[in-house]
Design a protein around this ligand. Structure first.
Ligand code: GLP
Length: 244
């Protein structure tokens, strides 16, 4: 696991955008796995700037998002489809037909999960998966206690995650209880993984990821078993890890 510690959130975001942009330049038809949440927002802004000012080309890029809240239609401002369109896709030259999120309005959720796995496999798998991390060590919506053998599945949000994510909703009771999420198994199949963490609220989870044992008590620790993981952290998120 390679670890880069940036001085602050701004530098973390520039570094992350550079990693993603380099991969796009090397493989213009790259399959990107994308994350939502507050953490990748400034990385998306920097990628938009690179597109506008430096001609970074997304015309052949294919994307799959990690997760989507069950029951939120794409037009809902808290759906991840809305987030991706407004914070990223509409500002770059990506083809919307090449952007994918789990179909969280599907009548048959299991079928939607299988279809998503098939779509990913159909384009040869994810080349670079961008991840954030929850305070409780979740990745996507793989919460503590998750079965690591699951592919894309219907996930129940942990109470701690509902409390964390309530900041984006009018009230805590508006946060959906379920989501469709790539599983640990699906995330582990990505060829490369880039995990971003900012702020001291993530320091405990990052400590477990770097120094702890592999355990579904902290789902991100499964990444220790992946051969190509890069962490980009800021100083507060890195405060508990030893950098000897
Ligand atoms: C959400 C998402 C995750 C994200 C995490 C951290 O619950 N499902 O994919 O990584 O929370 O979010 P933030 O970056 O806002 O701290």
């Amino acid at each position: 696991m390679r670890i880069f510690v940036a001085k602050d959130y701004h530098d973390l975001s520039l570094e992350a955008a550079k990693v993603v942009a380099d991969e796009i330049v090397q493989k213009p038809g790259i399959v990107l796995g994308l994350a939502t949440g507050a953490t990748p927002l400034a990385m998306y802004r920097e990628l938009i700037r690179m597109h506008r000012e430096e001609g970074l080309d997304f015309s052949q890029v294919i994307t799959f998002n990690l997760d989507e809240y069950i029951g939120l239609p794409p037009a809902n401002i808290n759906s991840y489809r809305y987030y991706m369109f407004h914070n990223f896709f509409r500002h770059i030259n990506i083809k919307l037909k090449n952007t994918h999120l789990p179909n969280a309005m599907a009548v048959d959720v299991d079928e939607a999960c299988q279809e998503y796995e098939q779509q990913i496999a159909g384009v040869g798998g994810i080349d670079l998966q961008v991840l954030g991390i929850g305070q409780n060590g979740h990745i996507g919506f793989n919460e503590p206690g998750v079965d690591f053998a699951l592919g894309t599945h219907r996930a129940q949000l942990d109470e701690a995650t509902i409390a964390d994510n309530a900041r984006f909703f009018a009230s805590r009771s508006d946060v959906p209880r379920y989501a469709i999420s790539l599983g640990i198994k699906s995330i582990m199949q990505a060829k490369k993984i880039l995990l971003l963490a900012s702020g001291n609220s993530k320091a405990r989870a990052i400590y477990e990821l770097v120094h702890g044992a592999v355990s579904n008590a902290t789902p991100a620790t499964f990444l220790k078993l992946h051969h190509d993981v890069q962490l980009i952290l800021d100083e507060p998120a890195a405060m508990h890890i030893s950098r000897a």
